[in-house]
Design a binder for this molecule. Sequence first.
Ligand SMILES: Cc1ncc(COP(=O)(O)O)c(C=O)c1O
Length: 344
Amino acid sequence: MPFIDLRSDTVTLPTEEMREAIASTELGDDVFGEDPSVNRLQEEAARRLGKEAGLLVTSGTQGNLVSLLAQTRPGEEAIVEADSHIYNNESAGMTRVAGLIPRPLPGFYGAITGRQVEEALRPVNVHFPRTSVVCLENTHNSAGGTITSVEQTEEVAAVAREHGLKLHVDGARIFNAAVALGVSAADLAKEVDSLTFCLSKGLCCPVGSVVVGSEEFIDEARRARKVLGGGMRQAGVIAAAGLVALDRMVDRLAEDHKNARLLAEGIARLGAVDIDLKSVQTNIVIFDVARLGMTAPKFAGMLEGRGLKVTTKGPTRVRCVTHHGIEAQHIEESLEILKGVLGV
Ligand SMILES: Cc1ncc(COP(=O)(O)O)c(C=O)c1O
């Protein structure tokens, strides 16, 4: 049975153009800095994010980790959002590998404020860990693909700068935020020290993420990447798709956002589950099935039985993600499947 797969934008496959670029791109040994395709991708990523330099890494998780390794020392504290990916979904890498102690702060639609950061700062005292980095997530996955605006980012950046902290953005889906806001990704990255974004989510690449920041930071990040075994050789096969993605796949994210909206409004109209339409800002739709007296995994299993794949977030929340290959007609079909399961 063919499925409609709304589990994640990571299920996207490379486009024909990407496959052709992968097959024909120029290659070299990137650990020697000699892969022309990787070099071009890193330059282009840095340009798009308004930074001095970029570094291709294997994944969003690796991008976050090298960013932390490059800017902190073991035993220091990292301020994170309580539901963030870096804190909850990266196998505690920040602690196991970078030796950091996380300080989770509750966000509002995924965003934390400068004031929260200020209030979380510890006085200088031999008993306390030194706080050295603040991490934001834009868009915020668990909050429903919610956006941290330029102003919100700049407010946190100002506090971070005032107190000598680094500001890292897990921008796995930063281009979703930029497209939805109608600003450039560089606007969102302007005041941040490091940012990692994923090529392998809505941008459809088979693999890869890029970290951007100052040249000095990228030199350290490259060393950290080597520590993690992320120094790849003819990585131009990855970069080739990334270059197509940056050129061709960014603006079309608006279609994913439109389809997510269509789905969310359709779900709200069914009236049988709880959905916060304010949280639907990009390509993620989260709804809660608690009032059905059913768990999210059970509900997801029933959807899958009728041909719709989704993921769950916690005991009662269900997540759907729109992406390349999902058209309005798939959303209509998904809503019919939901209706069938809900009996409405
Ligand atoms: C917000 C966010 N950050 C980081 C990651 C990690 O990316 P990867 O799966 O490439 O390690 C994800 C993956 O879903 C994510 O959603």
